[in-house]
Design a binder for this molecule. Structure first.
Ligand code: AHR
Length: 660
């Protein structure tokens, strides 16, 4: 292949092009990004008396524990507490333990900050909290006293003397057996945090947050997905129950089979998006829930006559986010929670996947929400969710497109936007991933081809598709890989971009593709000759350059958003190339800008790969995290803009060309 990269700009690349869709699925939030270490910390959204209500908790040395709502809880939002009954005859310490989110990482040098509530009409002794191994080694502990008949909050900090060699550790709460014998004590709202990303209180787990931040996403779609919708109207994601003190957040029955603490709430998400330098895309609840995923007829829909309170709720939510801190009701509430300055918010997505219930969306849900929101917040831009496009009134300008499919779907559809009519409407590819090798059933089970983890083959196909997104970024304004995270001990969806347990994480092949495409961004697409088409498959490419300085093909810097996060890429032009084939392919490059005399290549491919060994499905796993990692090389281009480059079989490469 002979490939000429011209100086001709075809389109400006929107700064929002790459990012993530986020919801609590696979314990991505609770037990994942949200750094809280204790599972079921406040017994939220559980039925007292059931075994499930005790998830994460176990008795120690014969105490009887149960979850109750019979005694007043620590707040009206948290009616449940843990009732601990101590037998009459006890030897030594007795109590209970929290096993964390399938383990707890114990790290020497870290300060762990914790709290809990306790009350008892009979017990007045001390309470010892500690981090200890399953075999009883105590790494850190603290003793507090002052339990009385009314709820009292106890706070503590400790530093482990040593690190634990594994995650098989618990948070233990013990009482002195002698003084506790025969007594009943209630405990409520526990919390234990390790150090967090950027030291934020109620913040993010450092390794996971850093990994996401390292991909420099520029959009953050939240809070779902299905997890926005609820399994009933009442269990929808309610923004106002996710703000304020943790004691005033009731939590909810999540859509993915586990209770959500909502500790990761609206403000935490918005702060996080700011930390990332990402534009928030706020999904708002639009009158539909998912009672039974596989039976559309069971999905409850709010009739138009009953919709107004829900519209008002969304108006309040937006006012909370962008309202003036002095003159608006909800802006004042935000300010009272420590955030005076309104958040930046431009994109509102009306619902999620409403193509499953298009009739009510097309007749009133879209219209009623958009009309009311735009009347109060005229600068908002709306994203519709009914693909294949349903005619909407008012007409949509942006529409969300979701695709989970096979590698061959993604490679074939690398060109799907090439001929999309330039009629003023734009796409948000709001969820996508290669999920299976099965062309006929991409959301089936593992035996039928579903991927357990992203593969090299799948990542190369996603990259091929992404060259099409970037090439057509005049009509694709944003994209979001989904879902993002997976706790390996409890998940509902595969594959995911980052997998982890209590202490380890692994970045997948898809992660590296997202990172390579996102970090190496230009401002404009350059035309190439020939351009990438179905005929040039299995090689797929897009070329871009960055013109921050106004001069083409000189050293440039990456985006600087909100005055933060300058990314020094120094690339005059970048080529993103996916070879989805099974043999190496050589391209002879001709650059129309002979000043580019130096190239850096970053690529993922498999050293193990051969058509015979069939290693295209190789994945990074927690056990083998570095099967596929990006490799960087650089070379000079002495020959006035001409050079050859070999793209290995099943590989993704970003070539950055610059003059030095
Ligand atoms: O990403 C997982 C789920 O897939 C999302 O919650 C939903 O929007 C889609 O169907």
């Amino acid at each position: 292949l002979t490939l000429r990269i011209t100086k001709n700009v075809t389109t400006e690349i929107p700064p929002t092009l790459y990012g993530y869709m986020w919801e609590d699925i696979n314990h991505s939030g609770d037990g994942g990004l949200y750094a809280e270490l204790l599972q079921n910390r406040a017994f939220q959204a559980v039925l007292p008396g059931t075994q499930n209500a005790l998830a994460g908790w176990q008795p120690f040395q014969g105490a009887r524990i149960s979850v109750t709502s019979k005694t007043k809880g620590v707040s009206s939002s948290l009616p449940n507490s843990l009732e601990v009954q101590i037998p009459k005859v006890v030897q030594g310490p007795i109590g209970f333990e929290n096993t964390g989110y399938w383990g707890i990482k114990v790290q020497q040098g870290w300060t762990y900050k914790g709290s809990f509530y306790a009350k008892s009409t009979s017990f007045t002794g001390s309470v010892t909290v500690s981090l200890k191994s399953a075999s009883g080694t105590v790494f850190a502990s603290k003793t507090v006293s002052g339990v009385s008949k009314n709820w009292k909050k106890f706070t503590f900090e400790f530093q482990p003397d040593s690190s634990s060699p594994n995650d098989n550790n618990v948070f233990s709460v013990t009482l002195d057996g002698k003084s506790a014998a025969g007594k009943t004590i209630n405990f409520g709202m526990f919390s234990l945090f390790p150090p967090t990303f950027r030291g934020r209180e109620n913040g993010m787990r450092i390794d996971l947050a850093e990994a996401l931040a390292a991909t420099q996403p520029s959009i953050w779609r939240f809070p779902g997905g299905n997890n926005l919708e609820g399994i009933s109207f009442d269990t929808r994601w309610k923004w106002n129950e996710t703000i304020g003190p943790l004691e005033s957040r009731p939590g909810r029955v999540g859509d993915w089979g586990y209770s959500n603490t909502d500790g990761l709430g609206l403000m935490e998400y918005l702060n996080w998006a700011e930390d990332l330098g990402a534009e928030p895309i706020l999904g708002v609840w639009d009158g539909i829930s998912i009672a039974n995923y596989s039976d559309l007829s069971t999905w409850p829909i709010v009739p138009e006559d009953d919709l107004q309170p829900y519209i008002d709720d969304v108006l309040n939510e937006i006012e909370f986010i962008v309202g003036d801190a002095k003159s608006t009701k909800w802006g004042k509430v935000r300010a009272s929670l420590g955030r005076e300055e309104p958040y930046a918010l431009k994109f509102i997505e009306i619902g999620n996947e409403d193509q499953f219930q298009p009739a009510s969306y097309a007749t009133y849900r879209w219209k009623d929400f958009v009309t009311a929101i735009s009347a109060k917040f005229p600068h908002m831009e709306f994203i519709a969710t009914t693909l294949p496009s349903t005619a909407l009134d008012p007409p949509y300008l942006k529409i969300d497109f979701h695709m989970y499919n096979s590698p061959s779907w993604f490679t074939t559809n690398a060109f799907m936007f090439d001929n999309y009519p330039r009629n003023g409407t734009q796409f948000f590819v709001g969820e996508y991933a290669v999920t299976s090798t099965n062309d006929a059933n991409a959301l089936g089970d593992l035996p039928s081809g579903r991927l357990a983890f992203p593969t090299l083959q799948g990542a190369a196909a996603e990259a091929a598709f992404m060259t099409g997104l970037e090439r057509n970024s005049d009509v694709v304004f944003a994209s979001a890989y989904a879902p993002s995270f997976q706790h390996i001990r409890n998940y509902q969806w595969t594959p995911d971009i980052i997998t982890y347990d209590a202490s380890r994480i692994v970045k997948s092949t898809s992660y590296y593709v997202q990172q390579m495409f996102s970090v190496n961004r230009g401002t404009h697409v350059l035309s190439t000759s020939p351009s990438s088409t179905a005929d040039s498959a299995p090689l797929y490419w897009v070329a871009s350059h960055h013109n921050e300085t106004g001069i083409v093909f000189i050293k440039v810097r990456g985006r600087a958003r909100n005055g933060k996060c300058p990314h020094a890429n120094s690339a005059a032009a970048a080529m993103k190339v996916s070879n989805t084939g099974t043999t190496d392919l050589v391209a002879n490059f001709f650059l129309d800008f002979a000043t580019a005399n130096f190239a850096t290549a970053i690529s993922i491919s498999s050293p193990l790969l051969s058509p015979i060994s069939g290693q295209f499905n190789v994945s990074n796993t927690l056990e083998e995290p570095e099967q596929i990692i990006p490799v960087s090389t650089s070379f000079s281009i002495p020959n006035a803009g001409r050079f050859n480059y070999t793209f290995p079989a099943t590989s993704v490469t970003v070539l950055s060309l610059q003059s030095v």
